[in-house]
Design a protein around this ligand. Structure first.
Ligand code: NAP
Length: 240
């Protein structure tokens, strides 16, 4: 049975991806940092409806010690790892001239260093498993930038550079690394910025926002591919 680790899987896109991967026969390592109850409930749902061996792992992706401890637990529990979804992310929107150093650091730490921590601590297990797919969740803001989201945009742009570099370095181990831009979704993160949501809808040629389920289904597909690496996929209908 294939095994997938999804960071930030307690809600939003991560949760939807856990449901989708589990429905396709994956055992899922459900990572979270504070939403213990939500992660435990998700695991219960996965076990009840899919019957796969899914487990919740608490770890702050920005903390390499916690990530290494999670990597050991995943190795002990599943003994292999086929797919990593680097999904955990935060934003603390503020104008650049008002953004505090703490806000800046926490966004870069979670969104960017979190991806590095996960790739560096979990790749050895993936190599041991014969390779696999790493999918990093970037953002439209990382490509286009956005007023009020300098730190978030910078972190998501950096993920694109990390994706292409990691894809080149890890290809020798049969590990593919790709990034997706999931589009504006009304998750807890998306709901926080109603004006930005309206703008995204207005800029869409379909006059629609994106659905986490569409992104999750695309992730499931990408996770099964063997010959795609170093690519960025936009799952959006904005063309600006
Ligand atoms: P969300 O609903 O706010 O969920 C964020 C998830 O990240 C939660 O499960 C949270 O866990 C987890 N998380 C936060 N900090 C963490 C940390 N330090 N360690 C481990 N987990 C952590 O957000 P979402 O909308 O689903 O976003 C998922 C991803 O898509 C993010 O990378 C986001 O940047 C990206 N994205 C979202 C949109 C959008 O419109 N929503 C658009 C483009 C890209 P806890 O619940 O335990 O805190």
């Amino acid at each position: 049975m294939p095994v997938a680790l999804i960071t930030g899987a307690s809600r939003g896109l991560g949760k939807q991806t856990a449901l989708a991967l589990s429905a396709h026969g994956y055992s899922v390592a459900v990572n979270y940092v504070s939403s213990h109850k939500e992660a435990a409930n998700l695991v219960k749902t996965l076990l009840k409806t899919m019957g796969n061996s899914s487990i919740a792992f608490k770890a702050d992706v920005g903390d390499i010690t916690q990530v290494r401890a999670m990597a050991e637990e995943i190795q002990k529990t599943f003994g292999k790892l086929d797919v990593i979804i680097n999904n955990a992310g935060i934003t603390k929107d503020n104008l650049l001239l008002k953004q505090t150093e703490d806000e800046w650091d926490s966004i870069i730490r979670t969104n960017l260093k979190g991806c590095f921590n996960i790739i560096s601590a979990l790749s050895p297990l993936m190599i041991q498993s014969g390779g696999g797919n790493i999918i990093n969740i970037s953002s439209y803001s990382g490509m286009k930038g956005k007023a009020g989201q300098s730190a978030y945009s910078a972190s998501k742009a950096a993920i694109l550079g990390l994706t292409v570099s990691a894809a080149q370095e890890l290809s020798r181990y049969n590990i593919r690394v790709n990034a997706i831009l999931p589009g504006y979704m009304m998750t807890e993160m998306g709901l926080k910025a109603q004006k930005a949501a309206e703008k995204a809808k207005d800029e869409s040629i379909l006059k629609k926002l994106s659905e986490p389920k569409d992104a999750a289904d695309f992730i499931v597909y990408l996770a099964t591919t063997k010959n795609i690496s170093g690519q960025v996929f936009s799952l959006d209908s904005r063309i600006g």
